[in-house]
Design a binder for this molecule. Structure first.
Ligand SMILES: [Fe+2]
Length: 164
């Protein structure tokens, strides 16, 4: 059963937990995943709008789907983080947007950014899997499922890059 916290509790300053403790590592990994997924929400939403304006409906749909997936993954990561006692605010970065301020951004550049993003996601979930394997059944299963899902997304973007 998921523990619930008040709004004030959830946005307390970072929990004083030793970052090198087992629990601290899990929370830190989940925070990193949540940040990365929210970056994906921003990045893929922007890509989707960018691409839809230049009449590439199939690629635009892939980005739209990726943005929705990233939001779902963000939500799951935050729920796990709360479950494990992490209640600190998660600053989100949309740094990849900087990449898109260049008006010359092409579809292939956007897809390369997506590929890099998915590679990092796969690594993050694999790291979480290796840290929790054999100890946290639900979290480990989730990490494994996520790593596979991100790998499939990565392969999809690599295939798209081959045909644009
Ligand atoms: Fe994701």
């Amino acid at each position: 059963m998921m523990q619930t916290y008040s709004f004030e509790q959830q946005f307390q300053p970072p929990t004083q937990m030793a970052p090198d403790s087992y629990l601290g590592k899990i929370i830190s990994l989940l925070q990193g995943i949540a940040r990365h997924e929210m970056t994906g929400v921003c990045m893929y939403t922007y890509f989707q709008l960018l691409i839809s304006g230049i009449n590439k409906p199939q690629i635009s749909e892939v980005f739209e789907k990726s943005a929705a997936e990233s939001l779902a993954h963000y939500s799951q990561a935050v729920q796990f983080m709360l479950l494990y006692g992490g209640r600190s605010y998660i600053p989100c970065s949309c740094d990849p947007i900087v990449y898109l301020n260049d008006p010359q951004t092409s579809i292939s550049e956007a897809i390369r950014a997506a590929i890099n993003h998915e590679k990092t996601a796969v690594e993050s979930y694999r790291k979480l899997f290796s840290v929790t394997s054999g100890k946290e059944t639900e979290l480990t299963n989730w990490a494994q499922t996520q790593a596979q899902a991100e790998l499939e997304d990565l392969l999809e973007f690599q295939q798209i890059l081959g045909v644009v």
